[in-house]
Design a protein. Structure first.
Length: 375
């Protein structure tokens, strides 16, 4: 983006205010379960629609309680009434939570002009820490303009990044904003975002420290006796969580029913194992492509081991991940998933990740790969 365009989009006083807001602490709930739960409840409780629906529900519950007391209804009917009331409360909370999430996503679409200006200013790529900064600025804008009922519309940069891709970037690529008055701004922001995907997001100091740690890291092929034992370790936590949930929800059932529910957890785990390459998120795909571009393993096939180590290390930093055993077993496993992902990006008639098409095409040519030959 040229300096003239940047000056037009961001006057001096506005750029200063944005810079000042970014220098402070990023006040976002992040990915901590406790913080997310408290933030979600606060957002929901402060929403006027929830307050109205909650008041109506509380009034109906009070009327129901009075009627049950006055009519002296028998105990079994009272228990049934309480059960239906609790069920109605759960359904109400679920419906309102979904409605609030949809409203939050539509905020990004409705105010896409401001969001695109911030994307052009910060050029975040797929780096979530940069999206955290944009989320803070976007939250401040929405609060200042009275467009959201609390000070934190987006709880994390990841949430805003997802909303931008789903509600702005991908529809723009599909031609849904061709008649929009601000289509030029949207296209400039999309181009800026695509360019920032190619920019290295890690400082040289962090890169050196990461390379030093990489030398000491071992691949699963060096740790586990076989690929089967690694696969079991890879899937154990997911399967155990599924079994634990099945036991909790089937506490009142007999042993055979509980065993059946536990066995039913196995197919999804196996499906996840065989499709793990397709389950990569956008940020993980970006990390995969950038790592391959930086290490250039097509020059020396042994470098695929370094690519696998680097990506295992990056994915190990992600919270709420099940890949503690290492996502890639060895360099060959990493290369196979890379080729498969490269094929899906470049040959798909409906591009799900258009921001990576240019980079994927370059890597395909560098590796000497034929799209039709990619598994």
């Amino acid at each position: 983006m040229s300096e003239d365009l940047r000056e037009k989009l961001f006057p001096l006083d506005e750029k200063t205010s944005l810079a000042d807001s970014n220098e402070g602490e990023i006040n976002l709930p992040g990915f901590k379960v406790k913080s997310q739960a408290v933030w979600s409840m606060k957002e929901l409780w402060s929403w006027p629609a929830f307050q109205i629906a909650g008041s109506v529900f509380a009034s109906l519950t009070l009327v129901e309680t009075v009627l049950l007391h006055v009519k002296r209804v028998e105990l079994p009917l009272v228990v049934i009434a309480i059960g239906f009331t609790v069920l109605a409360l759960e359904l109400l909370l679920i419906a309102l939570t979904i409605a609030l999430d949809l409203k939050r996503e539509n905020v990004a679409k409705k105010h896409r002009g401001e969001l695109c200006r911030l994307v052009m200013l910060h050029q975040p790529g797929f780096t979530l820490s940069s999206w955290d900064i944009i989320a803070v600025s976007m939250n401040a804008y929405l609060k200042r303009e009275g467009l959201w009922h609390t000070a934190t519309c987006f709880g994390s940069g990841f949430a805003l990044y997802t909303s931008y891709r789903q509600k702005v970037y991908l529809p723009l690529k599909a031609g849904k904003f061709d008649d929009d008055a601000d289509v030029a701004l949207l296209l400039d922001a999309a181009a800026s975002y695509e360019q920032s995907v190619r920019i290295p997001q890690i400082s040289s100091e962090k890169t050196e420290a990461s390379n030093a740690a990489l030398q000491e890291q071992k691949l699963p092929v060096e740790v586990y006796r076989s690929k089967i034992s690694w696969a079991l370790a890879f899937l154990a936590k997911q399967f155990l969580f599924g079994c634990f949930g099945a036991v909790i929800y089937s506490f009142g059932y007999r042993g055979y029913t509980r065993l059946l529910l536990i066995v039913m957890q196995l197919p999804p785990v196996l499906i996840r194992w065989f499709t793990r390459g397709k389950c990569l998120t956008v940020t993980q795909v970006g990390q995969l492509l950038k790592t391959v571009e930086d290490l250039e393993p097509w020059e020396d096939n042994s470098n695929w081991d370094d690519v696998a180590k680097s990506l295992n290390q990056l994915m190990g930093f992600n919270k709420n991940t099940y890949f503690s055993a290492g996502f890639f077993y060895d360099g060959d496993d990493c290369r196979h998933i890379f080729e498969s992902k490269l094929s899906s990006i470049t040959s798909s008639s409906k591009h799900d990740m258009p921001e990576f098409v240019a980079l994927a095409t370059e890597l395909q040519a560098a590796c000497g790969l034929d799209v039709a030959g990619c598994v």
